[in-house]
Design a protein around this ligand. Sequence first.
Ligand code: AHR
Length: 320
Amino acid sequence: MSFTRRVMVATLATAGLALSSFGALAADKKITLGFAQVGAESEWRTANTKSIKETMEKEGINLKFSDAQQKQENQIKAIRSYIAQKVDVIAFAPVVQTGWDPVLKEAKAAKIPVILTDRNIETSDPSLYVTMIGSDFTEEGRKAGRWLLENYKGDGDVRIVELQGTVGSAPAIERKKGFDEVIKAQPRFKVVRSQTGDFTRAKGKEVMEAFLKAENNKINVLYAHNDDMAIGAIQAIEEAGLKPGKDIIVIGVDAVKGAFEAMAAGKMNVTVECNPLLGPQLAQAARDVLAGKQLPKWTPTKESMYTADQAAKELPNRKY
Ligand code: AHR
């Protein structure tokens, strides 16, 4: 630390202020955090919102919350309104990866630090956000692929259909990439159809119905980028007179309670965990950045995966 900065820190500390490159905040001042959420599209998202709201309440952080209904323009509007309200920190879960630079430049000009949660962005200037707290989606895709190669029992070609998440979102892009990377090692595993189901149950069901029709029910595996779409698709599979989990192997991502119930009922085979309980890490990051602490550019969440044989035992322990 330079001499000038050392003197400033000492002076501010005496005055009860913390120094960061975003300005000074009185140590006893209540933090105001503006959070722009993606929407309420899945069980995962509901748990994520609950974790953020409950944590901020418990931590005495004044939370301004908005739901963008899965539209980037709504998130941009919310961020602009947080800038106008001069909040201390802005956090958001970017619905898609690109197109954030202009609004983030406005936040930077207003000296408001930005924290990304859940999903990452593509930017020409990484200084536009302080830190990203969330999962390694590519690794989640790889886990799904590895499980399939190691556990698939039949011979011959394996016809896979894929329900992708929201077009342009980090989890959709990276879960696809990780899965493809792994399955290409065994060319008999082929993705015969791949389409977005927008991370919702309703769309998951609708697209799976179309897949079943188009493929004349000749599908061996469903890989869904989240459990909600898998659960919607399970209904479509049953309505087509097939047994999900048996006639068609069902792989999901998130590890929400709904997936454990489906696995316990023998209708789903595996779910890769994606932890939505990011509230405590977000509160800590907000405090740290305002105290002038250096934060890692990415804090990946620790995650596991669960198979049908673990479901009944694990279900009562699930927090989301
Ligand atoms: O970004 C995380 C993803 O978003 C979850 O897997 C999905 O369920 C949610 O909507």
